[in-house]
Design a protein around this ligand. Structure first.
Ligand code: MF3
Ligand code: CO
Ligand code: CO
Length: 253
């Protein structure tokens, strides 16, 4: 059941999304050679609490930290540890904030110092594939249109799309209906309607789409060891149109 949000609820989501985006923007500045992943986690945790919010990942189904940090061949759900970022790494920072009972969820992949042309091209393609998906969102369209658009882009550019993790509805709960596929499927998908709020968050690999989970129960890696990149936005369909709630330009503020 896809929960439709009213104006008041979407306003609350807007505030949660603003905080998530601001937190990500500030955390992103720490994506530099020499930074310890645990320090990014500590920043996200403290900044969230200071803003009267809760870091959604902490204790979510037993997840032990306040942010997900996924480096290089880590696809998603990387657990912050004592790893020190080094020149040439790519790192996805995935921030989810709960403010006034509502979730905002957004991630970006950052380049650590100078990275290889292949890594840079992958990260650019992951960003572009998110926006291909966002541009496919139309009131009265379907959720399937999103995956079709992303797949078209990735096929054209020679990247594979992770199939085991999807975008999701979001609101009072972190993960709500529907599942938002990032690849083309012939399965019937629900219609997109006003009042729906959901994420799009494609994970794109240089090599094969296959992934494996480590024994910690969280860390997801590419099976072939190839690099993976991801960007995520939270999107609301309202009377005003398709609003990307986590897309805020902080350099303007
Ligand atoms: N933020 C992730 C998402 O985009 C989910 C992380 S679940 C956690 O859906 F427990 F690992 F935090
Ligand atoms: Co998400
Ligand atoms: Co997320």
């Amino acid at each position: 059941m896809i929960r439709i949000k009213n104006r008041v609820e979407i306003d609350r989501m807007r505030k949660a999304c603003y905080l998530a985006a601001k937190t990500l923007h500030l955390a992103g500045k720490m994506a530099q050679p020499g930074t310890v992943l645990n320090d990014i986690n500590a920043f996200v945790h403290d900044y969230t609490i200071k803003n009267n919010a809760i870091p959604a990942p902490l204790n979510y189904h037993g997840y032990p930290k306040s942010v997900c940090l996924s480096v290089n061949d880590c696809v998603t759900h990387g657990i912050p540890n004592n790893y020190i970022l080094k020149e040439g790494d790519i790192v996805n920072i995935d921030v989810t904030s709960i403010l006034d009972g509502y979730h905002g969820d957004t991630s970006k992949t950052y380049l650590v110092g100078e990275v290889s042309p292949e890594a840079k091209a992958l990260v650019d393609a992951a960003h572009e594939s998110l926006w291909e998906g966002i541009r496919a969102v139309k009131n009265r369209g379907t959720f399937g249109d999103i995956g079709t658009a992303i797949q078209h882009y990735c096929d054209e550019h020679g990247y594979s799309i992770v199939r085991d993790y999807c975008g999701h509805g979001i609101g009072r709960k972190f993960h709500e209906d529907p599942l938002v596929l990032h690849y083309h499927s012939r399965q019937k998908s629900p219609r997109i309607q006003k009042g729906m709020v959901f994420t799009i968050e494609p994970m794109i690999n240089i090599g094969d789409f296959k992934v494996k989970t480590l024994n910690d129960g969280w860390t997801v890696l590419t099976v072939d060891g190839s690099l993976s990149a991801q960007f995520e936005h939270t999107i609301a369909v309202t009377d005003a149109g398709v609003e990307v709630l986590t897309d805020i330009d902080f350099d303007d503020e």
